[in-house]
Design a protein around this ligand. Structure first.
Ligand SMILES: Nc1nc2c(c(=O)[nH]1)N[C@H]1C(S)=C(S)[C@@H](COP(=O)(O)O)O[C@H]1N2
Ligand SMILES: [Mo]
Length: 411
């Protein structure tokens, strides 16, 4: 296996993209959502561009050689077109009444999946966050059916402990990507919650090859590596071991966290400074974001986890951007918020805000900073009252460190 238990291979291109939507010097006021603050002070020191609600990274995702470079007949041979795509459901030491296999000629095709979608289809939003990457690389609208509805097509199933998902990688069998979910996660979610999904649409269209089309497995609460692209095979196993291509804590939920602060490096005294950023809304939800400003201590933002300064810090609330009144322009054309999981199907308003598993945007306005250099930190507080990086600070289970920016205020 390549990249076992390790980072994404394309962190650089993702960072480059995110940098491109970061700080901008020559923005119009309309570019910023911080209109109100800007109106109070007609000459903001610097306003950072608001991020779009849904966005797609330019990074190709992990995998060399990438299946998404295949074209024409090679694509058909790899079964990566909607017509050629098939899904196998095979037993691995457990009982499956009606395995679905290529050799039996009864593997599941795309049309069958879409048929299931007519009754069981769910549209939902998801942050795609590499466990070890900095920012979520994309925030998209997915459509799919619960995996458990697909498994029904295999008849009676018994003795299953875990479900392995395999995605096409290339013709080297040792490189086939694998991720897993416990059988419980697949079958029994609380009513109204999202289960493990088999997705066939993305942002209102087919899933692009780059994003794992034609069919991708999605664990709404999962880090990137749980979401198997180019899904081709489901193995039902009596094995309780995860055996994911990525090691570590395989069932870890997305953490709630602010990964990075978009901020100017320099500002002029007397005008407010508007900072922006995204927050990943993990399984524990997001109550608020908050910031802490102190004079620069000259450590380039490094602050040891056990430094007493953390305890003495004064955190003030930032502002989570509210949901738009009108979703036009924020969702793919033709998609109504009424159809999306987490929204009221009558009013089209989100039932909670921000929604779990999504990317929220926030702003912080700094005022009255005297000339000098400052350390600015921003963190999330989840609905259980845990401030980032708690309750699970270890980076190996997903980054959670509190981001810091040094801002110099000039006289
Ligand atoms: N088949 C397959 N699926 C995969 C991978 C892969 O290498 N092969 N990489 C995973 C990892 S580590 C991440 S972070 C996400 C990246 O998804 P994205 O390209 O849509 O951002 O895909 C996941 N799914
Ligand atoms: Mo990843």
């Amino acid at each position: 296996m390549i990249n076992q238990g390790n980072d994404c291979g394309d962190g650089v291109s993702r960072r480059a993209f995110l940098g491109a939507v970061g700080v901008g010097g020559a923005l119009t006021l309309e570019d910023a959502l911080g209109l109100q603050a800007a109106q109070e002070a007609p000459t903001p020191a610097l306003v950072v561009r608001a991020r779009p609600f849904i966005y797609t990274g330019t990074g190709p995702g992990r995998g060399t050689p990438p299946p998404h470079s295949l074209t024409g007949e090679d694509l058909v041979a790899a079964r990566l077109t909607p017509e050629s795509w098939r899904l196998e459901i095979v037993p691995d030491g457990c009982d499956v009444e009606r395995p679905r296999t290529l050799s039996n000629g009864n593997a599941i095709d795309f049309r069958t999946l879409l048929d299931l979608g007519r009754t069981h289809g769910i549209k939902f939003l998801k942050a795609m966050q590499c466990r070890s990457g900095p920012n979520p690389q994309s925030h998209g609208l997915w459509e799919g059916v619960p995996l458990r509805e697909v498994l029904r097509l295999a008849g009676k199933i018994d003795k299953v402990m875990r479900v392995y998902a395999n995605g096409f990688h290339n013709n080297d069998p040792r490189q086939i990507f694998q991720s897993s979910a416990s059988f419980t996660q697949v079958l029994d979610n609380a009513p109204g919650e999202l289960p493990v999904m088999v997705a066939y649409r993305h942002n209102g269209g087919p899933i692009p090859l780059l994003r794992g089309g034609p069919v991708r497995m999605i664990l709404p609460w999962g880090y990137g590596f749980k979401n198997t692209k180019w899904l081709q095979r489901i193995r039902l196993t009596a094995n309780t071991h995860p055996i994911d291509t990525y090691g570590g804590e395989p069932d870890a939920y997305l953490k709630t966290q602010v990964p990075q602060i978009d901020a100017p490096a320099n500002a002029n005294a007397g005008a407010p400074i508007i900072l922006r950023g995204v927050a990943v809304v993990g399984m524990p939800g997001l109550k608020r974001v908050e910031y802490w400003v102190r004079p620069d201590t000259g450590t380039n933002g490094e602050l040891a986890a056990d430094d007493p300064a953390w305890q003495a810090a004064t955190w003030r609330p930032g502002t989570i951007d509210p949901p738009p009144d009108d979703w036009t322009g924020h969702l793919p054309v033709g998609v109504s918020p009424r159809e999306i999981w987490g929204f009221d199907s009558r009013t089209g308003r989100p039932k909670d805000w921000p929604l779990r598993y999504t990317v929220a945007t926030w702003s912080v306005t700094l005022r009255d900073l005297k000339p000098g250099a400052y350390e600015v930190r921003v963190r999330s507080v989840d609905l259980n009252g845990f401030a980032q990086p708690q309750p699970r600070p270890q980076q190996a289970t997903g980054r959670a460190s509190v981001p810091c920016r040094i801002i110099t205020v000039r006289a």
